[in-house]
Design a protein around this ligand. Sequence first.
Ligand code: FES
Ligand code: FES
Length: 160
Amino acid sequence: MKPKDSKTYPISITVNNVVYAIDVSANETLFEVLKDRLNFTSVKRGCDSGECGTCTVILERKAVYSCLLLAVEVDGKKILTLEGLSSNGELHLLQRAFLEHGAIQCGFCTPGMIMSAKAFLDENPNPTLDDIKDAMQGNLCRCTGYVKILEAVRSVAPRD
Ligand code: FES
Ligand code: FES
């Protein structure tokens, strides 16, 4: 892990509808804040370099790699992690679809997959299978292969 700059900057971010005011160093990433400081365990450290998608969260309405963003860049912004998807103890449609389609093995990639799928489907409620493949190509899975994952996403947006 890289050494932190000693100078800190106050930021305020809203994660899953809760406001957090914290001091961050200039080189601290959004991933480090979410995972290491705020303990959102769904946000996974994979490559730490924008290759695998395991750290994907939704920033405003867009799926982003949290390992590539500095925390100071997201001051004042709204972030959604997998923890914010379920409501009243009920799994989100996509979470249920991944379970029902056997799209999870170790589960390491799953939160990032689901956050990418959610951001995509929110903007494209009637995608083709090719659209879904394009949207999910930034998320890698080392276990299941991709057929079941694509089936799960497609089941929530069943066109084509
Ligand atoms: S950990 Fe961020 S893209 Fe791999
Ligand atoms: S289920 Fe293990 S990495 Fe995707």
